[in-house]
Ligand binder design. Sequence first.
Ligand code: GYE
Length: 334
Amino acid sequence: MKNLLNTTFSRRAFVFSALALSAVLMPGCANKDQAAGGDAGDKKPTIGFVQTGDLSDWRKAHTQSVKEAAEAAGYNLKFADGQAKLENQVKAVSSFISQGVDAIIIAPLEVSGWDNVLEKAKKRNIPVLILDRQVEVEDDSLYVTYIGADTYNEGILAAKWLVEKVDGKAKVVELQGSQGASPTINRRDSFLEVIKDHPGIEIIASQAADYELTKAKEVMEAILKAKGDEIEVVYAHNDYMALGAIQAIEEAGKKPGEDIIVLSIDGMKSAFEAMVAGKLNCTVECNPLQGPKAMEAIGKILAGETDGIPKKQMVLDKVFDQSNAAEEIGSRKY
Ligand code: GYE
């Protein structure tokens, strides 16, 4: 699944744009009736939001951003936490469909497994916005738009930073996020795409640690036992895993940031603290504050003004390292 972002974008985009438009224009009327019937007196549109879980500060900031933006826009937000299980997410979407909400926002744990439930939403004329992570569906008209970070580009930025830092030569351990998630696929593929032109950069171990701190610590402990002296770099698909790896490196008697270069993605405040302490070398930002953009799109969708909504909307991210961490740390919001 190479460069998911680009293939998703180009695939049948033209053919389905007309279908997507009709799928969105119809629900406006249908859902107004449902909302009025379901909750007499409350004219606020109801939006169902299905989140992946609440495991990190990044995810908490993402949830809060959506909740605050929904409130500011005057929507009634129903929240479902998938607790890191795809089946919980699918059930939550089904339940929102049965309740006849006006629109559904999904932050999908994995790219696959969505076709059936999105078909159901389409049949009930409930528009769906995909947020943060992407889906791979047979029919792109099953959702109106995708809004999130450019996670393919983040892997490119991380790899380019590394190539320069190590002069094209390093033995790297990769800590992958949860399997089947679009940022994992994109951050891995894009990193490999850059380093393939630098044969001196070698991935000597690559394992999933599911975007979790404690899991990453355990995985890193095992890799340190097996290949301790060889490891020159850790590339973690998110900051939380980098923080877990840092603990494991320290417990193994080595200095993270010096003996082993550590780079990651997200740009959380705790990553900035680790950079200022010299333990993390670089983080590529992945902005979780996506609520306002999502509600802007929901507003247009509910008003039937879908013409101007692109199929995907992405926020561009910056690279931070020890050279600029201290000046940025005060203004980090997550
Ligand atoms: O990097 C990570 C979270 O989906 C882009 O998910 C997001 C990723 C983010 O668990 O920290």
